[in-house]
Design a binder for this molecule. Structure first.
Ligand code: ZN
Ligand code: ZN
Length: 253
């Protein structure tokens, strides 16, 4: 049942998919290669402020709990790894930050995500919004490029980026089939156009990985969006819930 989920048209020039030809990660691929699955001992989302702790961290923690159905802990702030800083461009190498973080991942963290206040780049790229390892439980994202005169836009961007990178850390690859929060993005405009939600295929991966109940998850997200004044998002969820109750299915199979 795909109502409310749009299939992607071919990419426009400059969009992520026009530059990076990524293959679809099917559910079967995911089952075969998922390198980071929830266990009883490893079930937390741990957010790691890097540099200064942005006020949006508290919203991120609350949203992560609703979105992933996992308990969330925010760790005390750490400095960004000095060795990752490249003075000539005044940016941090995301892979080096990630290497540094991977060595610090708490044993009970299913997802350990650094939230940096400075700009990141990766080899061959002017900048990156973030980088999530599909097999090391670790990732990093940056708030540096999310600025807008509209505080709500910044908040939305930060939450979207967090779920995208945490999705990667749960071994979910870029989505190339649907409008979905797991779509790759090359520019802020492109990611602003992406929805907050997971497509059915990626929601199925999340549910398999974490055991989250999709309906309970939608209800939590609905409450979060309502509280945030994000009416269109709350209504989208309400339509999904209504559809699911008509179908009488507890899940997307
Ligand atoms: Zn990505
Ligand atoms: Zn998707």
């Amino acid at each position: 049942m795909e109502e409310g989920f749009e299939r992607l048209a071919p990419p426009r020039r400059g969009e992520w998919r026009s530059l990076f030809r990524e293959k679809e990660q099917t559910f079967e691929d995911y089952l075969a290669r998922c390198a980071n699955r929830r266990t009883a001992a490893r079930s937390l989302i741990v957010l790691q402020p890097l540099g200064t702790r942005a006020p949006v961290l508290d919203r991120m923690a609350e949203y992560a709990e609703a979105f992933f159905g996992l308990a969330v802990r925010v760790r005390p702030t750490l400095p960004l790894a000095d060795q990752a800083h490249v003075p000539t461009r005044d940016q941090y190498n995301s892979s080096m930050v990630l290497d540094d973080l991977a060595g610090r991942a708490p044993a009970d963290a299913l997802v350990y995500l650094g939230i940096a206040d400075r700009d990141l780049f990766a080899r061959g790229r002017k900048f990156v919004f973030g980088e999530g390892s599909l097999d090391r439980r670790t990732g990093v994202c940056s708030l540096a490029r999310l600025a807008s005169p509209d505080p709500e836009a910044v908040d939305r961007r930060a939450l979207k980026l967090m779920t995208h990178e945490a999705g990667h850390i749960l071994s979910i690859a870029h989505c190339v089939t649907h409008r979905c929060v797991m779509q790759g993005s090359n520019t802020l405009d492109e990611s602003d156009g992406h929805p907050l939600h997971l497509c059915p295929a990626d929601l199925r991966k999340l549910a398999w990985n974490t055991g989250v109940d999709p309906d309970a998850r939608y209800r939590r997200l609905q409450a979060f969006y309502e509280k945030s004044g994000w009416t269109a998002d709350a209504e989208w969820i309400a339509r999904q819930l209504a559809k699911r109750s008509v179908l009488g299915t507890g899940g997307e199979r």
